[in-house]
Design a protein around this ligand. Structure first.
Ligand code: NAP
Length: 309
Protein backbone atom coordinates (compact mmCIF):
# COMPACT_ATOMS: atom_id res chain seq x y z
CA UNK A 1 0.00 0.00 0.00
CA UNK A 2 1.23 3.49 -0.85
CA UNK A 3 1.71 5.99 1.96
CA UNK A 4 0.95 8.73 -0.53
CA UNK A 5 -0.25 8.82 -4.13
CA UNK A 6 0.56 12.13 -5.79
CA UNK A 7 -1.48 12.87 -8.90
CA UNK A 8 0.41 15.28 -11.15
CA UNK A 9 4.10 15.99 -11.68
CA UNK A 10 4.26 19.78 -11.85
CA UNK A 11 5.86 22.08 -9.26
CA UNK A 12 3.25 21.13 -6.61
CA UNK A 13 3.51 17.37 -7.11
CA UNK A 14 7.30 17.32 -7.36
CA UNK A 15 7.78 19.47 -4.27
CA UNK A 16 5.30 17.36 -2.30
CA UNK A 17 7.19 14.23 -3.40
CA UNK A 18 10.49 15.73 -2.31
CA UNK A 19 9.20 16.79 1.12
CA UNK A 20 7.22 13.60 1.73
CA UNK A 21 10.09 11.22 0.97
CA UNK A 22 12.75 13.34 2.63
CA UNK A 23 10.38 13.62 5.60
CA UNK A 24 10.32 9.85 6.00
CA UNK A 25 7.38 8.47 3.99
CA UNK A 26 8.46 5.23 2.36
CA UNK A 27 6.05 4.41 -0.43
CA UNK A 28 5.32 7.54 -2.38
CA UNK A 29 4.36 7.40 -6.06
CA UNK A 30 3.83 10.40 -8.29
CA UNK A 31 1.53 9.64 -11.22
CA UNK A 32 2.39 11.83 -14.20
CA UNK A 33 1.50 10.72 -17.69
CA UNK A 34 4.11 12.93 -19.37
CA UNK A 35 7.54 14.11 -18.39
CA UNK A 36 7.51 15.71 -14.92
CA UNK A 37 7.61 19.51 -14.93
CA UNK A 38 4.00 20.51 -15.47
CA UNK A 39 2.27 23.20 -17.49
CA UNK A 40 5.01 25.74 -16.77
CA UNK A 41 7.31 23.86 -19.16
CA UNK A 42 5.18 25.36 -21.96
CA UNK A 43 6.01 28.91 -20.84
CA UNK A 44 8.68 30.66 -22.80
CA UNK A 45 9.85 33.29 -20.34
CA UNK A 46 9.87 33.28 -16.53
CA UNK A 47 11.32 36.19 -14.65
CA UNK A 48 9.56 35.99 -11.30
CA UNK A 49 10.81 32.77 -9.75
CA UNK A 50 12.68 33.97 -6.64
CA UNK A 51 16.41 33.49 -6.78
CA UNK A 52 16.47 33.12 -10.57
CA UNK A 53 17.38 36.60 -11.73
CA UNK A 54 17.75 35.76 -15.40
CA UNK A 55 14.77 35.38 -17.72
CA UNK A 56 14.52 31.65 -18.46
CA UNK A 57 12.12 29.23 -20.11
CA UNK A 58 9.79 27.05 -18.05
CA UNK A 59 11.63 24.01 -19.36
CA UNK A 60 14.95 25.34 -18.01
CA UNK A 61 13.39 26.35 -14.69
CA UNK A 62 12.06 22.84 -14.11
CA UNK A 63 15.04 20.91 -15.50
CA UNK A 64 16.53 19.82 -12.16
CA UNK A 65 13.37 19.38 -10.12
CA UNK A 66 12.57 15.72 -10.95
CA UNK A 67 16.09 14.46 -10.18
CA UNK A 68 16.13 16.26 -6.83
CA UNK A 69 12.65 14.98 -5.94
CA UNK A 70 13.53 11.34 -6.80
CA UNK A 71 16.75 11.40 -4.78
CA UNK A 72 14.90 10.52 -1.58
CA UNK A 73 12.82 7.66 -2.97
CA UNK A 74 9.94 9.26 -4.82
CA UNK A 75 8.76 6.96 -7.62
CA UNK A 76 7.42 8.27 -10.90
CA UNK A 77 4.74 6.20 -12.60
CA UNK A 78 4.14 7.37 -16.18
CA UNK A 79 0.45 6.78 -16.12
CA UNK A 80 -2.79 8.74 -16.09
CA UNK A 81 -4.98 8.47 -13.01
CA UNK A 82 -8.54 8.06 -14.21
CA UNK A 83 -10.28 7.79 -10.87
CA UNK A 84 -9.86 7.94 -7.08
CA UNK A 85 -12.42 6.54 -4.62
CA UNK A 86 -12.29 6.07 -0.88
CA UNK A 87 -13.38 2.81 0.72
CA UNK A 88 -13.25 2.98 4.52
CA UNK A 89 -9.92 4.61 5.33
CA UNK A 90 -8.23 3.50 2.11
CA UNK A 91 -8.06 5.28 -1.22
CA UNK A 92 -8.19 3.26 -4.43
CA UNK A 93 -6.34 4.88 -7.28
CA UNK A 94 -7.25 3.58 -10.74
CA UNK A 95 -4.95 4.29 -13.66
CA UNK A 96 -5.79 4.41 -17.37
CA UNK A 97 -4.53 0.84 -17.83
CA UNK A 98 -7.16 -0.38 -15.33
CA UNK A 99 -4.64 -1.06 -12.57
CA UNK A 100 -5.79 -0.23 -9.03
CA UNK A 101 -3.38 0.81 -6.27
CA UNK A 102 -4.26 1.40 -2.64
CA UNK A 103 -3.04 4.47 -0.77
CA UNK A 104 -3.33 5.86 2.75
CA UNK A 105 -3.37 9.44 1.44
CA UNK A 106 -3.78 11.18 -1.91
CA UNK A 107 -2.55 14.55 -3.10
CA UNK A 108 -4.34 16.03 -6.10
CA UNK A 109 -1.81 18.23 -7.91
CA UNK A 110 -3.23 18.03 -11.41
CA UNK A 111 -3.17 21.74 -12.25
CA UNK A 112 -5.18 23.03 -15.16
CA UNK A 113 -5.52 22.92 -18.94
CA UNK A 114 -5.91 25.74 -21.47
CA UNK A 115 -9.52 26.89 -21.87
CA UNK A 116 -11.13 27.07 -25.29
CA UNK A 117 -12.47 30.51 -26.23
CA UNK A 118 -15.52 29.16 -28.08
CA UNK A 119 -15.26 30.90 -31.47
CA UNK A 120 -16.20 29.35 -34.83
CA UNK A 121 -13.39 27.22 -36.26
CA UNK A 122 -11.58 26.77 -32.92
CA UNK A 123 -12.12 23.03 -32.61
CA UNK A 124 -11.80 22.42 -36.36
CA UNK A 125 -8.38 24.08 -36.61
CA UNK A 126 -7.01 23.19 -33.18
CA UNK A 127 -3.52 21.76 -33.80
CA UNK A 128 -3.68 22.88 -37.47
CA UNK A 129 -2.84 26.55 -36.97
CA UNK A 130 -4.46 27.13 -33.59
CA UNK A 131 -2.17 26.56 -30.63
CA UNK A 132 -2.04 27.18 -26.89
CA UNK A 133 1.74 26.92 -26.61
CA UNK A 134 4.03 29.55 -28.10
CA UNK A 135 7.20 27.77 -26.96
CA UNK A 136 6.10 24.57 -28.69
CA UNK A 137 4.68 26.00 -31.92
CA UNK A 138 6.06 29.54 -32.32
CA UNK A 139 8.94 28.37 -34.48
CA UNK A 140 6.54 27.13 -37.19
CA UNK A 141 5.66 30.79 -37.80
CA UNK A 142 9.18 32.17 -38.02
CA UNK A 143 9.07 35.34 -40.13
CA UNK A 144 5.28 35.15 -40.50
CA UNK A 145 2.39 37.07 -38.97
CA UNK A 146 0.37 35.53 -36.11
CA UNK A 147 -2.49 36.49 -33.82
CA UNK A 148 -2.59 36.05 -30.04
CA UNK A 149 -5.98 36.03 -28.33
CA UNK A 150 -6.40 37.11 -24.69
CA UNK A 151 -5.50 39.93 -22.31
CA UNK A 152 -4.02 38.15 -19.26
CA UNK A 153 -0.41 37.51 -18.28
CA UNK A 154 -0.18 34.43 -20.52
CA UNK A 155 -1.40 36.21 -23.66
CA UNK A 156 0.78 39.29 -23.19
CA UNK A 157 3.92 37.33 -22.22
CA UNK A 158 3.55 34.93 -25.11
CA UNK A 159 2.83 37.80 -27.54
CA UNK A 160 6.16 39.33 -26.51
CA UNK A 161 7.89 35.96 -27.00
CA UNK A 162 6.32 35.48 -30.43
CA UNK A 163 7.25 39.03 -31.49
CA UNK A 164 10.90 37.91 -31.43
CA UNK A 165 10.23 35.05 -33.87
CA UNK A 166 7.41 36.35 -36.04
CA UNK A 167 7.32 39.33 -38.38
CA UNK A 168 4.21 40.71 -36.68
CA UNK A 169 1.89 39.80 -33.80
CA UNK A 170 -1.73 40.97 -33.63
CA UNK A 171 -2.74 41.01 -29.96
CA UNK A 172 -6.48 40.45 -30.08
CA UNK A 173 -8.39 41.27 -26.89
CA UNK A 174 -12.09 41.67 -26.15
CA UNK A 175 -11.63 44.75 -23.94
CA UNK A 176 -9.30 47.75 -24.11
CA UNK A 177 -7.65 47.15 -20.74
CA UNK A 178 -5.58 44.12 -19.82
CA UNK A 179 -5.47 41.86 -16.78
CA UNK A 180 -1.72 41.28 -17.10
CA UNK A 181 0.85 42.78 -14.71
CA UNK A 182 1.83 46.39 -15.54
CA UNK A 183 5.49 45.48 -16.21
CA UNK A 184 4.41 42.79 -18.69
CA UNK A 185 2.14 45.29 -20.49
CA UNK A 186 5.06 47.72 -20.61
CA UNK A 187 7.28 45.08 -22.29
CA UNK A 188 4.54 44.42 -24.83
CA UNK A 189 4.01 48.11 -25.63
CA UNK A 190 7.74 48.46 -26.32
CA UNK A 191 7.59 45.79 -29.07
CA UNK A 192 7.28 47.58 -32.39
CA UNK A 193 5.87 44.57 -34.24
CA UNK A 194 2.95 43.96 -31.86
CA UNK A 195 -0.29 45.59 -32.99
CA UNK A 196 -3.00 45.75 -30.34
CA UNK A 197 -6.44 44.92 -31.74
CA UNK A 198 -8.67 45.67 -28.77
CA UNK A 199 -12.36 45.79 -28.03
CA UNK A 200 -13.07 43.04 -30.52
CA UNK A 201 -14.65 39.60 -30.46
CA UNK A 202 -13.26 36.79 -32.58
CA UNK A 203 -15.97 35.97 -35.11
CA UNK A 204 -14.25 33.08 -36.78
CA UNK A 205 -10.92 31.43 -37.54
CA UNK A 206 -10.96 30.12 -41.10
CA UNK A 207 -8.68 28.09 -43.29
CA UNK A 208 -8.36 25.31 -45.80
CA UNK A 209 -7.20 21.71 -45.88
CA UNK A 210 -3.65 22.84 -44.98
CA UNK A 211 -4.72 24.74 -41.87
CA UNK A 212 -5.53 28.28 -40.71
CA UNK A 213 -5.38 31.12 -43.22
CA UNK A 214 -6.87 33.89 -41.10
CA UNK A 215 -9.36 35.18 -38.58
CA UNK A 216 -12.18 37.69 -38.56
CA UNK A 217 -12.74 39.97 -35.58
CA UNK A 218 -15.70 42.26 -34.90
CA UNK A 219 -15.40 45.59 -33.09
CA UNK A 220 -17.74 45.53 -30.11
CA UNK A 221 -18.83 49.17 -30.57
CA UNK A 222 -18.79 49.83 -34.29
CA UNK A 223 -19.50 46.18 -35.27
CA UNK A 224 -16.93 46.67 -38.03
CA UNK A 225 -15.37 43.38 -39.19
CA UNK A 226 -11.62 43.22 -39.67
CA UNK A 227 -9.83 40.42 -41.46
CA UNK A 228 -6.42 39.33 -40.19
CA UNK A 229 -4.86 36.98 -42.78
CA UNK A 230 -2.51 35.00 -40.50
CA UNK A 231 -1.50 31.32 -40.64
CA UNK A 232 -1.18 30.98 -36.84
CA UNK A 233 -3.50 31.80 -33.95
CA UNK A 234 -2.42 31.42 -30.30
CA UNK A 235 -5.22 31.27 -27.74
CA UNK A 236 -4.57 32.24 -24.10
CA UNK A 237 -7.96 32.85 -22.52
CA UNK A 238 -7.47 31.26 -19.10
CA UNK A 239 -7.39 27.74 -17.82
CA UNK A 240 -9.78 25.09 -16.43
CA UNK A 241 -8.81 22.95 -13.45
CA UNK A 242 -8.23 19.23 -13.95
CA UNK A 243 -10.45 17.59 -11.38
CA UNK A 244 -11.50 14.52 -13.41
CA UNK A 245 -9.73 11.97 -11.16
CA UNK A 246 -11.87 12.88 -8.14
CA UNK A 247 -15.18 12.71 -10.06
CA UNK A 248 -17.30 9.88 -8.71
CA UNK A 249 -19.61 7.55 -10.60
CA UNK A 250 -22.73 9.50 -9.55
CA UNK A 251 -21.29 12.80 -10.85
CA UNK A 252 -20.35 14.12 -7.39
CA UNK A 253 -16.77 14.81 -6.30
CA UNK A 254 -14.73 12.94 -3.72
CA UNK A 255 -14.46 16.21 -1.74
CA UNK A 256 -16.00 19.68 -1.78
CA UNK A 257 -15.29 21.83 -4.85
CA UNK A 258 -16.51 25.33 -5.75
CA UNK A 259 -18.63 26.36 -8.76
CA UNK A 260 -15.59 26.36 -11.05
CA UNK A 261 -14.68 22.85 -9.90
CA UNK A 262 -11.69 24.11 -7.93
CA UNK A 263 -10.92 21.95 -4.90
CA UNK A 264 -11.70 23.58 -1.56
CA UNK A 265 -8.78 23.27 0.86
CA UNK A 266 -7.78 24.77 4.20
CA UNK A 267 -4.41 26.28 5.03
CA UNK A 268 -2.95 22.77 5.42
CA UNK A 269 -4.08 21.92 1.84
CA UNK A 270 -6.56 19.50 3.44
CA UNK A 271 -9.83 18.87 1.58
CA UNK A 272 -13.19 17.97 3.16
CA UNK A 273 -12.26 14.26 2.82
CA UNK A 274 -9.75 13.07 5.45
CA UNK A 275 -6.50 11.94 3.83
CA UNK A 276 -7.20 13.78 0.55
CA UNK A 277 -5.13 16.93 -0.08
CA UNK A 278 -4.89 19.31 -3.04
CA UNK A 279 -2.08 21.66 -4.08
CA UNK A 280 -1.28 24.10 -6.86
CA UNK A 281 -3.58 25.45 -9.55
CA UNK A 282 -6.32 22.86 -8.95
CA UNK A 283 -7.22 24.38 -5.56
CA UNK A 284 -9.36 27.41 -4.71
CA UNK A 285 -7.72 30.83 -4.66
CA UNK A 286 -4.53 29.58 -6.33
CA UNK A 287 -2.25 32.45 -7.26
CA UNK A 288 -1.21 30.34 -10.28
CA UNK A 289 2.48 30.87 -9.75
CA UNK A 290 5.21 28.20 -9.73
CA UNK A 291 6.49 29.41 -6.37
CA UNK A 292 3.01 29.15 -4.83
CA UNK A 293 2.36 25.69 -6.27
CA UNK A 294 5.70 24.52 -4.86
CA UNK A 295 4.81 26.05 -1.49
CA UNK A 296 1.45 24.27 -1.54
CA UNK A 297 3.18 20.98 -2.28
CA UNK A 298 5.53 21.40 0.67
CA UNK A 299 2.67 22.44 2.98
CA UNK A 300 0.59 19.44 1.91
CA UNK A 301 3.49 17.00 2.40
CA UNK A 302 4.29 18.27 5.90
CA UNK A 303 0.66 17.82 6.91
CA UNK A 304 0.33 14.44 5.21
CA UNK A 305 3.33 13.17 7.21
CA UNK A 306 1.58 14.37 10.39
CA UNK A 307 -1.74 12.77 9.28
CA UNK A 308 -0.13 9.38 8.67
CA UNK A 309 1.61 9.67 12.06
P1 NAP B 1 -6.50 35.11 -17.25
O1 NAP B 1 -5.68 35.98 -16.38
O2 NAP B 1 -7.77 34.53 -16.73
O3 NAP B 1 -6.81 35.94 -18.57
C1 NAP B 1 -7.62 35.41 -19.58
C2 NAP B 1 -7.80 36.46 -20.64
O4 NAP B 1 -8.56 35.90 -21.71
C3 NAP B 1 -8.56 37.69 -20.14
O5 NAP B 1 -7.98 38.84 -20.65
C4 NAP B 1 -9.96 37.47 -20.69
O6 NAP B 1 -10.61 38.66 -21.05
C5 NAP B 1 -9.70 36.70 -21.96
N1 NAP B 1 -10.80 35.78 -22.27
C6 NAP B 1 -11.40 34.90 -21.45
N2 NAP B 1 -12.34 34.19 -22.12
C7 NAP B 1 -12.34 34.66 -23.40
C8 NAP B 1 -13.07 34.34 -24.55
N3 NAP B 1 -14.01 33.38 -24.53
N4 NAP B 1 -12.80 35.01 -25.69
C9 NAP B 1 -11.86 35.97 -25.72
N5 NAP B 1 -11.11 36.33 -24.65
C10 NAP B 1 -11.35 35.67 -23.50
O7 NAP B 1 -5.66 33.83 -17.80
P2 NAP B 1 -4.08 33.61 -17.99
O8 NAP B 1 -3.46 34.74 -18.73
O9 NAP B 1 -3.94 32.24 -18.53
O10 NAP B 1 -3.53 33.63 -16.52
C11 NAP B 1 -4.06 32.69 -15.56
C12 NAP B 1 -3.44 32.99 -14.21
O11 NAP B 1 -2.04 32.67 -14.26
C13 NAP B 1 -3.53 34.44 -13.79
O12 NAP B 1 -3.73 34.48 -12.41
C14 NAP B 1 -2.18 35.01 -14.16
O13 NAP B 1 -1.81 36.13 -13.37
C15 NAP B 1 -1.27 33.82 -13.90
N6 NAP B 1 -0.08 33.90 -14.76
C16 NAP B 1 1.01 34.52 -14.23
C17 NAP B 1 2.15 34.64 -14.97
C18 NAP B 1 3.33 35.31 -14.34
O14 NAP B 1 3.25 35.76 -13.22
N7 NAP B 1 4.47 35.43 -15.00
C19 NAP B 1 2.21 34.16 -16.27
C20 NAP B 1 1.07 33.55 -16.81
C21 NAP B 1 -0.07 33.44 -16.03
P3 NAP B 1 -11.17 39.68 -19.91
O15 NAP B 1 -9.94 40.35 -19.37
O16 NAP B 1 -12.07 40.57 -20.69
O17 NAP B 1 -11.89 38.82 -18.92
Amino acid sequence: MLDLAIIGGGPAGLTAGLYATRGGLKNVTMFEMGMPGGQITGSSEIENYPGQGEIMSGMDLMANWPEQAMKFGLKHEMNQVSNVVKEGDIFKVTTADGNIQEAKTVLLATGSVPRRAGFKGENEFFGRGISTCATCDGFFYKGKEVAVIGGGDSAIEEAVYLSKICSKVYLVHRRDTYRAAPSTIEHMKACENIEEVTNVMVEEVYGDAMGVTGLKVKNRETEEIRDLPVPGVFVFVGRDVLNEPIKQEDGSFLCDVNEQGEVIVDLKMKTSTPGLYAAGDVRIDAAKQVVCAAGDGATAAVNIIEYIG
